[in-house]
Design a protein around this ligand. Sequence first.
Ligand code: NAD
Ligand code: UDP
Length: 317
Amino acid sequence: MRILVTGGAGFIGSHLCERLLNEGHNVVCMDNLYTGREENLQTFLGNPRFKFIRHDVQEPILMEVDLIYHLACPASPVHYQANPIYTIKTAFLGTLNVLELAKRLGVPVLLASTSEVYGDPIVHPQVEDYWGNVNPVGVRSCYDEGKRAAETLAMDYRRYYGVDSRIVRIFNTYGPRIDPRDGRVVSAFIVQALQDQPLTIYGDGRQTRSFCYVDDVVEGIKRVAAAREYPGPVNLGNPVELTVADLAAAVLAMTGSRSYVVHQPLPKDDPVRRRPDISRAKVIFGWEPKVSLEEGLRRTIVFIRQILADRGPVREQ
Ligand code: NAD
Ligand code: UDP
């Protein structure tokens, strides 16, 4: 197949491009490099079945493909809050343009949505039928509401135009190629630990997250895209839940760092807890994460250690 991956130069997108190429597909990666990097494409840039197109998905897209994975959107709080107008425009207009393309071509399209649609959840763990608890006027809204509107578009294009749209809700994902400067908790803690800087825990560190290794997420995304019968939304994440303080302790132990933790103010609207209920993914797609946190962190530490060795220190965030 000829497959379009928007956001393909980003963290998850580059792994998806690589997997699709390894399976023998032709891959068109569309990205404006807002947060993505060409280095992420290094290992397969020379593959004749791979094509990189530098394009902003806020602008209409014209091309011929058989399947679309739509991932283009800044994803870390630091990056999506840097220019909130850009973020909400990308989430809405980007999805609109991708759905228009899918409609014109009559091809399936998978939207990468997020656990952020649940906001600061009252229902725990989060099931797909939960409608969420999102502040519509807060600092995270550009992303949360942008993705909620993107989901609405995907479902309305399905109902109104018959577009074969699917939705996955991805929970916190980590692994090699994560941007060491994106301020996400896994990358931030590893960078700080390897540079012997204090690990910055926001708030008391008792807030929880559930971290899924990138290969597992890519596998889930592919399974949902492959099955015609189910549009989703489908949660993709690792149900192992831990506190941010536990994560800091794990990173300190695994890096052998001499560093320590410091506490900083909790950002506004930071969700108190997050864990996916993955029954739907398990039952319908036979999917569940395979890589343990320990193994995943080990591989991510190797990656970030190499980046620091190649490019020098990352400035304190
Ligand atoms: P990322 O920032 O590494 O990748 C996003 C990519 O989209 C980047 O390459 C960026 O340059 C590109 N992009 C941004 N705006 C664009 C635009 N207007 N036009 C074209 N390209 C544009 O982030 P990621 O972690 O790889 O996330 C990928 C997708 O998965 C996003 O849609 C994100 O919302 C979703 N997601 C990620 C996570 C996670 O934990 N990583 C969790 C939930 C959802
Ligand atoms: N966090 C932290 N220190 C950091 C970065 C993040 O304590 O240096 C916390 C953050 O407040 C949140 C959790 O870690 O509670 C996850 O943050 P991240 O930005 O990775 O993703 P989120 O799930 O909030 O989108």
